[in-house]
Write a protein that binds this ligand. Structure first.
Ligand SMILES: Cc1cc2nc3c(=O)[nH]c(=O)nc-3n(C[C@H](O)[C@H](O)[C@H](O)COP(=O)(O)OP(=O)(O)OC[C@H]3O[C@@H](n4cnc5c(N)ncnc54)[C@H](O)[C@@H]3O)c2cc1C
Length: 503
């Protein structure tokens, strides 16, 4: 093993929403920072997906296999690149709602309280929205939490046909809203991600070094096991040891947990930072289903998603439990996750014989139904023989089904009131498979009790003095909205704690 001859103040592992943002936040301190990232820069043509190619099986899947609860291998849809999953995400950047930080009864159990509250995150949500240039508006949605300032950019306008659908939803007494989107305002690379807003600005500082194609495989502690001393990585087939005062993991909720478990030692026999036996447990990934509405008029298949509806977020008169969030998918030729639901299109194909995939996609409006899954200690990341196992059984499924039924009724009413739809047709739906790990979170949850949580409220490991985790792992519960803005805001928050510590 080669021991790197530099000594760093901070090593950050991973450049996604958490790691890329933290690198940006710490860069101006002048401290010596090393960023280790297993992926590489992603060419622009790979990022701008707007053709039928995205329906090709397993595009944007990692070139490795994980194993499901029955031991069957699968290739996870997760992106190893500078920018991580934000290079392929939808950039819908919503805040969690105030109640998401509280204990909330769901039909299938309890969504637990967080140790910090919305007010603790609010200033960092604002900072995150400014950094990622979020285009949004705070009017409309009754679940919208309080903002100390308006979004930095106005909301994106709906396509004319989508505006008609928006109006038809509002006419049913519902409260459609415009999705807040992180955009660059550059034509060649419109989506704002953690490469653009995190890594690129961080690398302008001489004190920041990035090593790509550097896969971290283990963390090593001092003899007492209280401090991480070395970060072992494979760089271009060669094994290296990097040394630093502070080590921050931001590999994504599955890979950070797996790395801690793989770093077991005599002092940490169950895995690093795992005296609580919580590392890897409570994996959440959201219940996500696609619902298709067939249109008689073609669309381009590549427009921006702009509508969301949260009227069912906390439940309704007939079902007094949270159901979740609805979003239009935007053009189906640009939606990577939608392309993971081939069963949906096989149903549509039966309804419209003779149509090819592209014609089906351009004659459909796609909708996402998203419901919170609840933390369960048996839903977990495990490492066996150095392989990653994902033991995951969905829960809270009745709430999710109810959301889909509610939404299907709304779609039927839209079709009665607007031209351009196949009224009376079915609404094919499909749940995303296990492979889609887009919203993975919760595997190293934060909290005040070292017996029940892995990280403290600063996202520092209870068991080690200098180890932090700033990706989606820290979530105490999932939410009905997607996690990226909260991961970004949390990285900015932890960044402030680290800046204090580094003084
Ligand atoms: C197709 C898709 C669409 C999405 N759309 C949205 C959306 O619209 N809104 C939203 O809020 N969220 C969305 N998400 C989810 C969002 O992208 C994630 O929540 C977010 O990127 C997670 O951030 P993270 O820092 O936890 O991990 P990631 O962004 O996954 O970053 C982890 C990084 O660590 C690197 N890494 C992993 N292991 C190692 C290792 N051993 N050594 C070195 N580097 C390593 C990876 O290469 C990667 O760069 C979407 C996700 C996908 C896949």
């Amino acid at each position: 093993m080669i021991i790197d001859d530099h000594y760093y103040d901070v090593i950050i592992v991973g450049t996604g929403a958490g790691g890329g943002t933290l690198a940006y936040k710490l860069a101006a301190t002048g401290k010596k920072i090393l960023i280790l990232e297993r992926g590489d820069f992603m060419p622009l043509e790979e990022q701008n997906r707007s053709n039928i190619d995205i329906f090709k099986r397993e595009r944007y899947h990692a070139p490795e296999q994980w194993y499901d609860i029955s031991g069957e291998p699968f290739s996870p849809q997760t992106n190893y690149a500078i920018g991580g999953n934000t290079k392929i995400y939808g950039a819908a950047l919503l805040r969690l709602r105030e109640r998401d930080f509280e204990e909330v009864p769901h039909q299938a159990g309890i969504s637990p309280e967080w140790c910090l509250k919305y007010a603790d995150f609010e200033p960092y949500y604002t900072e995150a929205e400014n950094l990622y240039k979020v285009h949004g508006a705070t009017n409309g949605d009754r679940t919208e939490p309080t903002h100390s300032s308006e979004y930095p950019y106005p909301a994106v306008s709906h396509e004319p046909d989508i505006q008609k659908i928006y109006d038809a939803i509002a006419n049913q007494g519902l409260h459609p809203s415009t999705i807040p989107l992180g955009l660059t305002r550059q034509e060649d690379d419109p989506t704002n991600d953690s490469e653009v807003s995190g890594i690129v600005p961080a690398l302008k500082y001489e004190n920041v070094t990035l090593k790509n194609q550097a896969k971290v495989i283990s963390l090593h502690t001092n003899p007492t096991g209280k401090v991480v001393k070395g970060v072992e990585a494979e760089v271009a087939g060669q094994s290296y040891l990097f040394l630093a005062d502070i080590v921050v993991l931001a590999c994504g909720a599955v890979n950070s947990a797996a790395l801690l478990l793989k770093s077991a030692s005599d002092q940490h026999p169950k895995g690093l930072a795992n005296s609580s036996d919580q590392v890897g447990r409570n994996l959440m990934k959201s219940l996500l289903s696609t619902v298709v509405q067939l249109s008689t008029k073609p669309n381009s298949g590549s427009f921006q998603k702009t509508i969301y509806v949260n009227d069912f977020y906390w439940g309704d008169a007939d079902f007094p439990y949270p159901m979740g969030h609805i979003q239009n998918s935007g053009g189906l030729l640009t939606d990577i996750i939608f392309a993971e639901s081939p069963p949906v299109f096989s149903v549509v194909a039966k309804l419209m014989p003779g149509f090819g995939l592209k014609q089906l996609a351009t004659h459909s409006i796609g909708w996402w139904a998203q419901t919170e899954d609840l933390p369960d200690r048996n839903n977990r990341v495990r490492v066996e023989n150095n392989k990653i196992h994902i033991d995951y059984t969905p829960n809270n499924t009745e709430a999710h089904d109810r959301l889909i039924y509610r939404w299907t009724d709304v779609l039927k009413n839209i079709e009665k009131s607007l031209d351009g739809f196949h009224s009376g047709f079915l609404h094919p739906r499909g749940e995303v498979p296990l492979q889609v790990m887009a919203n993975q979170c919760g595997t190293c949850r934060f909290g005040d009790d070292p017996k029940t949580s892995v990280l403290d409220r600063d996202c520092r490991a209870h068991d080690l003095d200098n180890l932090y985790v700033v990706d989606g792992s820290f979530f105490s519960s999932n939410a009905g909205v997607s996690p990226a803005l909260t991961i970004i805001a949390n990285a900015l928050r932890v960044g402030d704690r680290l800046i204090e510590r580094l003084k």
